[in-house]
Design a protein around this ligand. Structure first.
Ligand code: GAR
Length: 203
């Protein structure tokens, strides 16, 4: 009997890569029935690329082009080509700090997810942990959601609450959220695969 092909993940991030590490570890340890096919970043020095190299995974910086908050047209085409070349079944945004537009999403319909450090629809956008702290909310958290063309507006897949406690700073809140993210993200990807919402392509 031939082994079933694993779901291939394409992980994209701009930062230190702690979510990526949690996902790659879960794959390696067999807790997540998937494999990381490629890691891409818009930041040449990003920790995520160094971690990917440490795991022996294919990792590439792709220049995002001239804009600050999105990919320019040729960059977007390069990201799509790299993900297709790696035969990615699911695109996993892990701290990717740019908005993806229609052409990218049309290349991977219903196959792009993101993790956001707040309980959406509260606090979309940047530094959400700081937005939550500044508002004085007692409970924030993190959200895994499908990506659409809006800013953190796609359909919610999973959420977990994280308390804000007396004496918290933006840093302590973000760290507490990130500890939860590192469990929630691999777990949620696993559930999507188990439920058949994400499948390995036949190729
Ligand atoms: C994570 O907290 C993630 O939720 C956030 O960036 C951090 C990346 O950390 N994403 C966003 O704010 C997206 N709008 P990491 O590089 O250690 O995974």
């Amino acid at each position: 009997m031939s082994a079933e092909r694993k779901v291939r993940l394409g992980v994209i991030g701009s930062g230190k890569g702690s979510n990526f590490v949690a996902i790659a570890q879960a794959c390696r340890e067999g807790n997540l029935s998937a494999e990381v096919a490629v890691v891409l970043s818009d930041v040449a020095e990003a920790g995520i690329l160094k971690h990917a190299a440490g795991f022996g995974l294919a990792a590439r910086f792709i220049d995002p082009g001239k804009f600050r908050t999105k990919l320019d047209e040729s960059a977007e085409a390069a990201y799509v080509a790299a993900l297709r070349e790696a035969r990615v079944d699911l695109v996993v945004l892990a701290g990717f700090m740019r908005i993806l537009k229609g052409t990218f999403l049309a290349a991977f319909p219903g196959r792009v997810i993101n993790i956001h450090p707040a309980l959406l629809p509260s606090f979309p956008g940047l530094a959400s942990w700081k937005q939550a702290l500044d508002h004085g909310v007692k409970m924030t958290g993190c959200t895994v959601h499908w990506v659409d063309q809006g800013i953190d507006t796609g359909r919610i897949i999973a959420q977990q609450a994280v308390p804000i406690v007396e004496g918290d700073t933006a840093e302590t809140v973000h760290e507490r959220i990130q500890q939860v993210e590192r469990v929630l993200y691999p777990q949620t990807i696993g559930e999507l695969i188990r439920k058949g919402a994400v499948k390995a392509s036949a190729a």
